[in-house]
Design a protein. Structure first.
Length: 396
């Protein structure tokens, strides 16, 4: 027994670590951040309140929230030399390639003055990362479209600031649409943390060596990029666009047959999960957010949204998916809603990384703060050659 939760010995032997941050019950489809259901946080809080909760373990009161927001706001700019760092990339570089590079490069600006054993240094590193990721993601986007970087503004909310840095140009201001800002903010909340997923485990393993937090977050970004993980939202939208191009809802049966074909590697992207063997609660909230955004924009008849809902319905009635407990995950609807907000497809995973940075840094901090933590050293089951002697070259 670990406090309030009981685990069977078999599970305990495979557990990678102990944590108090996020709890998932995969069979029930439940997700709690520090004990609060994601469904309640997504409706009653904003992303910075959720960041405060993940970092400190409690929701902030009004004063604590104001101080935290103020700290984050004052760290949204990046060192001016970072803009030259971007010039080294090809214009058509994938935003995740740029983000891995630029977030890792933040180490160069803070590494020397950072003692990770000092709680204050750990806190300011968390603030800097949460504050600068939106700026770096927006810069990565502006660089690929050949538009000038837009500086953050301190009079805007965290998420409105991000959307302005993405969509404003010197010729035209960004008109803040509160429904779209709220939807983006909710997308950040839904992606903020998810216990020991692949990228979080990467950050923990990198951090266990004492590497600085900026380099550790860069390693998490690299891992998240994979299509089996954070890259699934981009892959899912491409899958929906392909089916739509071939005939839409009428072609769902043909697509499902390909997925079920033992000789094909086609997967229903945005479906299935290593832990959830029930509906991912984030997918439900993402579908509701889709409805709200598409309604706000007069796009309620968006063909891709209709196709996604038809595909979900058919899959959930098909024994192949039901028998394997494959349900929609967070990535199934997130591409549709981000596309409606105006986020380009190639930026979806970068947005996931922006939101997950707080989870990564909270998990990193939990590990570094543990006096008993040691460097991670996974073991292996060796199945190679037993010892043998080297033959001279002429005898090989
Ligand atoms: C995220 O870990 C996290 O928490 C991650 C995440 C987070 O917030 O950090 O939740 C974010 O990464 C969500 C997952 C996004 N990825 C996708 O949507 C890609 C598509 N999904 C699959 O790649 C797969 O479902 C995984 C990788 C997500 C999970 O794989 P599992 O649980 O290890 O399942 P498996 O690979 O062992 O598959 C079991 C069976 C297999 O069939 P059989 O060998 O039994 O015949 O289910 C099949 C798989 O082929 N299967 C799928 C499928 N997912 C699993 N078949 C078709 N489509 C799918 N999506």
């Amino acid at each position: 027994k670990t406090g309030k939760f009981t685990y069977d010995p078999g599970f305990m032997s495979t557990a990678a670590c102990r944590s108090t941050i996020t709890y998932i019950d995969g069979d029930k489809g439940e997700l709690l951040y520090r004990g609060y259901p994601i469904e309640q946080l997504a409706v009653n809080c904003d992303f910075l309140e959720t960041c405060y909760l993940l970092l400190k373990g409690e929701l902030p009161n009004a004063t604590q929230k104001s101080e935290f927001v103020n700290k984050v706001t004052r760290h949204t700019m990046v060192h001016e030399q970072m803009s030259r760092f971007f010039q080294g990339f090809r214009r058509d570089a994938h935003p995740m390639a740029v983000l891995v590079g630029t977030v890792g490069a933040l180490s160069a600006f803070y590494h020397d003055s950072l003692d990770i054993n000092n709680p204050e240094h750990r806190e300011i590193s968390a603030i800097r990362l949460i504050a600068k990721l939106p700026t770096l993601v927006a810069m990565a986007y502006k660089y690929t479209v050949g538009q000038p970087f837009v500086y953050p503004r301190n009079d805007l909310s965290y998420t409105a600031n991000f959307m302005r840095m993405m969509f404003a140009t010197p010729c035209e201001e960004y008109k803040v649409n509160d429904v779209l800002v709220r939807a983006m903010d909710r997308i950040f909340i839904l992606h903020a943390d998810h216990e020991q997923n692949a990228s979080t485990s990467t950050v923990r393993l990198a951090g266990s060596s004492g590497a600085n937090p900026f380099a550790c977050i860069a390693s998490g970004i690299a891992c998240l990029w994979g299509p089996a993980h954070g890259g699934a939202n981009e892959a899912c939208l491409e899958m929906l666009e392909d089916i739509q191009a071939q005939g839409g809802v009428a072609k769902i049966g043909e697509f499902i047959a390909k997925v079920k074909d033992k000789n094909s590697s086609v997967k229903l992207m945005g479906f299935g999960h290593r832990v959830y063997k029930n509906y991912d609660p984030r997918a439900k909230l993402m579908r509701e957010t889709c409805h709200e955004v598409l309604g706000e924009l007069g796009l309620q008849d968006d063909p891709l949204f209709k196709l996604a809902m038809a595909l979900e319905k058919i899959a959930l009635e098909d024994d192949y998916f039901v028998s394997r407990k494959l349900y929609p995950n967070v990535d199934f609807y997130s591409g549709i809603v981000q596309r409606a907000i105006g986020i380009p497809t190639e930026l979806f995973t970068a947005i996931f990384a922006l939101a997950r940075t707080v989870g990564w840094i909270a998990q990193w901090n939990e590990m570094i703060s543990d006096p008993e933590q040691k460097i991670g050293r996974p073991r292996q089951l060796f199945t190679g050659e037993t010892q043998r002697d080297v033959k001279p070259l002429h005898q090989r």
